[in-house]
Design a binder for this molecule. Structure first.
Ligand code: AHR
Length: 507
């Protein structure tokens, strides 16, 4: 049996829980939009063509923000194609995913969907094939009240009120050779700065995200962030990080510890951003938008876009089916994001429906929860108040990829108003349980509200439309109050959420 001791002190606060880290991502890719959130012929579809069963699951998932419309798609997208009378909208070749974009769904549909899903939008502009002018046009169409050509066009299209979109991504993965319109860091940094300055002339209070590296393994990682921020430091508020995880060479222990990679990535980009700020003697801090993260089996077919003469409409792409082990990893990645809540103030799991997604649909049929749905939904619902700086010690484990790491990873939130402490834990060891002591720093356990676990058994099991749901959180009966706080046992390779009502907290 491994052991871990956690010290949770409500006085040791990292930052308020940034609710925007429970974001998701809808790209015009595969069946995410068409056949995902939008399927007019579906029995549950409403008058706008939005699937009601998907909307219900999105609300249950607890998503707070949704990034749109890409992803790689945005880098050759003309937003104007997707507004106005549907019968007049042009069908276009989508160069990113080798598909035919009908444009039946566009900005106005997305904003109506956002309202029904009760989430905030994050809008990406095309800085691949387009530039500052088109970005500012989109901003005028979306956010200007009335009286200008584009604002009035929006009103004519049925949206009398401006959308008030606050958070904007300046392009997508502009360092990637696969990106339409890839640029050098300096070129992109200048374009991002120029676009940001123009957008701020319309509204100085927008929040703007510059593209960081597409992933930590990019050959230009580090110098990309430095050079982009050297150009754009004073003009942007956040820099993006993207990371996708999968087991490499069947190395499950390292895969379960994927949060180590996320921790190191966030720490590295924070250090680079702060070094650029220090050289400029700036008092501003650049925050992090981890606006694409998830498990993604990139080696699996058909993760690559089709090619040749055929340009299909909404072909099934990137439709990963997730295992219980994948759900444990997703729970661990959320722990990493929360731990960094002083710097990571926005994040998007990629993506929302069908495309590497927690929600799957069948055309004309049911919508259902993948295994990874559950840790996300529970974390999004119960991570409230402030994030605590958890002091950990205990057993370690050795992984091929990350060396010696703590066997148990954990983060905690403290909600003063509800006197509720929530602890999220992962036992990252494949074959050994862990006994955990939670020390509440003098506070007392009033009530153990809930303790549930995902994983520990059937790590390879996957959900299907017909069930059963292999990752439905099940009660963890090992939890009990102790002199210090509580004790509980974590099954090997499992994610656990523990909710406590706490009394006698030292102010
Ligand atoms: O989420 C799938 C793709 O992954 C996105 O389009 C792109 O930004 C990233 O490479």
């Amino acid at each position: 049996m491994n052991t871990a001791r956690l010290l949770l002190d409500p006085r040791r606060r990292v930052a308020p829980v940034p609710r925007r880290i429970f974001g998701s991502f809808v790209e015009h890719l595969g069946r995410c939009v068409y056949g995902g959130i939008y399927e007019p012929d579906h029995p549950s579809a409403d008058a706008d063509g939005f699937r009601g069963d998907v909307l219900a699951l999105v609300r249950e998932l607890g998503v707070t923000t949704v990034r749109y419309p890409g992803g790689n798609f945005v880098s050759s997208y003309r937003w104007e194609d997707g507004v106005g009378p549907v019968e007049k909208r042009p069908a276009r070749l989508d160069l990113a995913w080798h598909s035919l974009e009908t444009n039946a769904f566009g900005l106005d549909e997305f904003m109506r969907w956002v309202g029904k899903a009760d989430v905030d939008p994050i809008m990406a502009v095309n800085l691949g094939t387009r530039g500052t002018a088109e970005a500012v046009d989109l901003l005028e169409y979306a956010n200007h009240r009335a009286g200008s050509h584009l604002a009035d066009q929006r009103r004519d299209n049925g949206a009398a009120d401006p959308y008030g979109i606050r958070l904007w991504c300046l392009g997508n993965e502009m360092d990637g050779p696969w990106q339409v319109g890839q640029r050098s860091a300096t070129e992109y940094g200048r374009l991002a700065a120029q676009t940001a300055k123009a957008m701020r002339r319309f509204d100085p209070d927008l929040e703007l995200v510059a593209c960081g590296s597409s992933h930590l393994g990019m050959p230009t990682f580090g110098s990309w962030e430095r050079d982009v921020l050297t150009e754009a430091y004073d003009d942007v508020d956040l820099i993006s990080l993207h990371a996708y995880y999968q087991p490499v060479d069947d190395d499950l222990p390292s895969f379960l510890a994927s949060a180590e990679d996320m921790d190191r990535y966030i720490d590295a980009v924070t250090a680079i951003a702060d070094s650029v700020g220090a050289i400029r003697r700036s008092t501003r801090k650049i925050m992090i938008a981890f606006d694409e993260w998830n498990v993604w089996y990139q080696s699996a077919a058909p993760s690559t876009p089709p090619s040749g003469e055929d340009w299909p409409v909404a072909p099934p792409l990137l439709e990963d089916h997730y295992s219980v082990a994948d759900a444990v990893v997703v729970g661990g990645l959320l722990i990493s994001l929360l731990r960094h809540s002083d710097r990571v103030t926005a994040a998007c799991q990629a993506q929302l429906v069908n495309v590497i997604a927690p929600i799957m649909t069948e055309p004309g049929g049911p919508a259902w929860r993948q295994t990874i749905f559950h840790p996300f939904a529970r974390t999004a619902r119960h991570a409230r108040g402030v994030v605590l700086d958890v002091l950990r010690d205990g057993s370690t484990t050795t992984t091929d990829r990350y060396g010696v790491i703590d066997a148990v990873d954990a983060v905690s939130t403290w909600d003063d108003s509800a006197a509720e402490m929530t602890v999220f834990l992962v036992n990252r060891v494949v074959d050994t349980p862990a006994e955990v002591t939670v020390d509440l720093a003098g506070a007392q356990v009033g009530e153990i509200v809930e303790c549930v676990t995902v994983g520990g058994v059937d790590l390879d099991a996957k959900n299907t439309a017909d069930g059963p749901d292999h990752a439905e959180p099940r009660p963890n009966d090992t939890v009990q109050a102790s002199d210090l706080g509580v004790r509980l046992t974590l099954a090997p390779a499992s994610w656990t959420m523990l909710r406590l009502r706490v009394t006698d907290v030292t102010p």
